[in-house]
Design a protein around this ligand. Structure first.
Ligand SMILES: [Zn+2]
Length: 101
């Protein structure tokens, strides 16, 4: 758990693609799409380092928002590409792993 150092009104906020509310960027998971050579979605990974390049989107660290985002096809909208079921399963697995820590 990271402790709050000090409140800063200028802290960057991002919108969760599940619940559409704004939260401090650091409280959200960032998702980044990896593409293959043909530019198709190869995988969608959770950028825990915050250093990955590419188009990204943000999500609250709870399963409800992930399920909402999957149901609403928010990933498809963000990446403007279909997201295969196996990638969605990968996202779920990774999300579970990270939120159980
Ligand atoms: Zn949310």
């Amino acid at each position: 758990m990271i402790t709050e150092d000090k409140m800063d009104k200028r802290i960057p906020v991002r919108t969760c693609i599940g619940c559409n509310n704004e939260f401090p960027k650091k409280d959200l998971f960032r998702f980044v799409r990896k593409t293959d050579e043909a530019g198709m979605t190869d995988s969608i990974i959770i950028d825990t380092s915050g250093a990955l390049h590419g188009r990204g989107c943000y999500l609250c660290r709870n399963m409800d928002c992930l399920e909402k985002a999957l149901k609403k096809r928010s990933f498809e909208r963000t990446f403007k590409d279909p997201v295969p079921e196996r990638i969605k399963e990968d996202i779920r697995e990774e999300f579970k792993r990270l939120t159980q820590e």
